[in-house]
Design a protein around this ligand. Sequence first.
Ligand code: BEZ
Length: 219
Amino acid sequence: MAKLGEIFPDFEAATSEGPIKFHQWIGDKWAILFSHPADFTPVCTTELGRAARLVPEFEKRNCKLIALSCDSVDSHLGWITDIKATASVDKFPYPIIADEKRELAVKFGMLDPDEVDKAGLPLTARCVFIVGPDKKLKLSILYPATTGRNFDEIIRVLDSLQLTATKKVATPADWKAGGDCMVLPSVKAEDIPALFPKGVTIKEVPSGKQYLRYTPQPE
Ligand code: BEZ
């Protein structure tokens, strides 16, 4: 299982767009690897369709998508026809990894023991791994096979990751792009004017500690 802040292991895989080497495929972009229990399954079909429609939003954020499902490339190609039809997209805009032997699913801790296929084997859970251009794991979310992901949330966390990668802020509960941010606890009071020209508001709390420091989202 990859850990936050560590290099996400490189791997080679067959995909619906031909063979890839993961790190080379990422290049200098951000990447989201998201896994699926199986091809031709209803929730997965809605997820891949939603992700396909959102590709322009991911591109604006310099981010590539790649899905993984434990079936063959031929199966993926057949399934893509269904996804395109149900999502009303002409072109399917990202590759799907064919992890037929579940090697990557096992390696990356993606299996959901509570959901098994017809042969009794555990299905792949719905993992989301966000990898930075430095190839380090920036975020992982794990959903069981029975719960489809919220892709607005995936874009929201990508916005937060990209903002906090370069600015000394963190994003509060339910933050959305453009909303107020929190100054990092590690920032000293004397450094605030130079770092936050838009200003900082400190919220009073009963403890008297000045840690709730809000600032407009930095540029
Ligand atoms: C689905 O994609 O619909 C699904 C797959 C496996 C278990 C439950 C749901």
